[in-house]
Structures are given as C-alpha cells and as structure tokens.
Write a protein that binds this ligand. Structure first.
Ligand code: ATP
Ligand code: MG
Length: 375
C-alpha cells in the first residue's frame, strides 16, 4: 500500500494543502503546534474513521467553521483508489470511494490500513483496561471491517440494558421483579449474550494470532532477554469455542449476577469488562516495566500489528510514528528500520533531525510543516 497524495481542506489548522508522497519513508519536520500530528490524524481518519485524539467532529474543522475535507490517492498493489471524507461541523459525515458516495462505513473501511504509534500509546501498557480493549477493537476493525458494526451493536445493547437496570434500581426493585419487568430484562439478556459473544470470540482469536508475533518482535528488540506473554482475560471463560456455548455461559453469568446488577444499576458481565494482560518475565508490564521497557513493548505490539494486517489483508499497512522515533536510541532505530525494510511506507514526525539515523535521513522525503503549510 502506498499513499501517493493527501489533500486537506479546512481540516484542523490546514486551509488548503496538497502533499505528494514520493518515498517510502517520510519525515514531517516542524516546531511544536505546526500541524504534524494533525496530518497523521487525517490519515488515521481515512483508515478507521476514528481519531485517537478524542474529539468531536466540529473540532476537526478549521476554526470550527462549516466543514472540512480530507482526500487521498492510494495505490494498493495493482489498483488505485481515491478516498474522501467530508466532515461537517454538525451532522453526518459523507464518505467517497473513487468519487462515488458510499452509504455504509463498511464500504469505506479497509481500503487504507494504518498502524499508529504515538506517545499516547504508552497508555496501552500503563493505562486502564479500556485502552487495551480499544487497541484490540481497532485492530479488529482493520482486519475485519464488519467488526465496526459488531462492536457498535454491542455498545448499543449495553447502553439500553444499563438504562433498564438503572430504572429498576431507582424503582427499588431487588429480586422481586414484576413479570413484565423480568421479561423485558430477559430480552436484553438474550441480546447481550448474542452481541457479547461475537465481540469476545473475535477478541480471543485476534489475541491468539498476535501473541506469537509480538513475542517474536519483543524478543528481538529486548536483545533476547525478555519473554512476553499476552493474555486475554475475559470475564466469562470458555473452553468450547462455539457461539452457542459462549452465549450460554454469558447467560449463566448474567443469571448469577442478576441481583448485584439490579442493586448497582449496571451490567457486570460482558466485553466492556474484559482485560488484556501484558506479562514480561512473569510480571505484569503495567505495574513493573520501566519507561524504556514499556516503549519496547509498545513497539513490539505495533510491529506485530503491522504483520497481522499484512497477513490478513495481503497488503502492507502504513506506519505512522508520531514523535516516537527520536526517542529510540540509534541502535533501536536501526533495528526498527531493518524490520520495516522497504515494505511499509512510514511517516515519521519530529521537531529536529539531529538524532536520526543517517541511513534514514538518506532515504527519506523530508517535508517541512509550518503553520498548517508544507514546504
Ligand atoms: P507537536 O510537535 O507539539 O506535537 P504538532 O506539529 O504535532 O506539534 P498538531 O497537534 O498537529 O501539532 O497541531 C496543533 C495545532 O493545530 C495547534 O496550534 C492547534 O491550535 C491547531 N488546531 C487544532 N485544531 C484546530 C482547528 N479545528 N482549527 C484551527 N487550528 C486547529
Ligand atoms: Mg504532534
């Protein structure tokens, strides 16, 4: 996959800019607050329709104006694609593939795949379980775009079920639900079991796939001294991996926690409570790793992500490195470059070039970013 051109129109701090990419490695160079991360965010949106910098669409539009637009030309092996997103400050986004408007996100997702590594990703190791769940979910969306709907359906059911439990709590129900209330809750139990099992089984599968790859890279980067284990810790455990069995276990768990759920007014069973554990040499990376170890772990996870997307889609995703390359020592930079080879187009942001590996500086297209303009 090769990103050939990106056009930004009233997006973040860009008014109208076009950037043509000529190399496999691109360095975006600029002082703080000039628009480097904004550019990566535009590519991330094309890839996942989401931004890791949590914000409302209105914040993506230049000075909260009327609308912003992102366009890109991409080459996927033998086929070229044009992608476009119109982002109104208010209202629904419009998506275009090869100049034709597409109605479903599903038809837009999966055309451009990216793996982003920014300093925020250290929360993947250090932060709350939600960061790790989001990481797995975003990876699943890229390799199985239908997952976008699967996780959305689950969150919808969870929200409705929580609202119902809250209502029961307020009404002071405990185990004496009226028959109509009981029936209503049973209906939501059924929907929860169905949607939750879809999410959980896919999460388990992708973690099984990523584990050996992440382990390999981690072993390489940590100079073969450390051993990584990634463990999926769902709050419902299963042996036999069939939808019927997982659904049944979720139903049983819901029945067990029914009283507690009504007392607390919230759902206690489901993928929103899953944990994904990173264990290095038998210790939880979250509570034990040093800064350097945590960075190495995230880098290994990102390399594994690149590989898994490549394996599943048959095409190399783009790697976006926001402010992290300069923080690796020259040796690790070289290791990373060796791992990437020429296969993965890589966009790197930095405020200065002096700590970069010479090979990289030699190969790269260097683009200066200054106040929302390229030169
Ligand atoms: P750093 O090196 O600090 O990471 P950066 O070059 O990555 O900097 P960005 O995060 O890309 O910086 O850009 C930040 C700038 O974009 C800020 O000046 C911010 O005010 C501006 N900005 C963000 N959203 C908008 C918007 N909707 N309209 C206009 N400007 C915006
Ligand atoms: Mg930045």
């Amino acid at each position: 996959m090769f990103l050939k051109e990106l056009e930004l129109y009233y997006f973040r701090n860009y008014i109208q800019e076009v950037l043509k990419f000529s190399e496999n490695k691109i360095i975006l160079l600029g002082d703080n607050a000039q628009g480097k991360s904004n550019l990566l965010e535009a590519i991330e949106l094309l890839s996942s329709l989401k931004s890791h910098r949590y914000s409302k669409d209105i914040d993506l539009v230049y000075h909260q104006g009327v609308y912003g637009q992102i366009k890109a030309k991409i080459s996927n092996g033998y086929v070229d694609h044009d992608l476009g997103i119109i982002i109104p400050a208010k209202g629904k986004r419009e998506l275009f593939v090869n100049s034709e408007k597409v109605k479903r996100n599903l038809d837009f997702l999966g055309i451009i795949n990216t793996v982003l590594f920014s300093n925020l990703d250290l929360d993947l190791v250090r932060g709350a379980p939600e960061y790790r769940r989001n990481w797995v979910d975003n990876l699943l969306i890229q390799i199985e775009p239908i997952y976008w709907h699967i996780i959305k359906d689950y969150h919808h059911v969870l929200k409705q079920r929580n609202a119902l439990l809250k209502k029961f709590k307020k009404a002071g129900y405990d185990h004496n639900l009226s028959s109509s209330a009981d029936l209503e809750l049973q209906l939501w139990d059924e929907k929860l079991a169905e949607t939750a099992s879809r999410v959980k089984r896919r999460r388990a599968r992708v973690i099984t796939k990523i584990q050996p790859l992440a382990r390999f890279w981690h072993h390489q980067i940590s100079q073969k001294t450390e051993k990584l284990v990634i463990k999926y810790a769902p709050n419902v455990l299963w042996q036999e991996d069939t939808p019927e069995n997982v659904q049944q276990l979720i139903r049983e768990n819901l029945a067990e926690k029914r009283l507690a759920e009504i007392n607390l007014g919230t759902t206690l069973v489901g993928p929103h409570r899953d944990e994904i554990e990173f264990i290095i040499n038998d210790n939880l990376a979250r509570s034990y790793g040093s800064q350097g170890q945590q960075r190495t772990l995230v880098l290994a996870l990102k390399l594994a992500e690149l590989q898994i997307i490549e394996q599943v889609t048959g095409d190399c995703p783009l790697l976006l490195l926001d402010d992290v390359m300069a923080e690796l020592d020259i040796k690790r930079q070289q290791q990373l470059l060796d791992c990437l080879g020429d296969r993965f187009q890589t966009i790197i942001t930095t405020t200065h070039l002096n700590c970069f590996n010479k090979n990289l500086l030699h190969q790269a297209q260097i683009v200066k970013v200054d106040g929302g303009k390229f030169n």
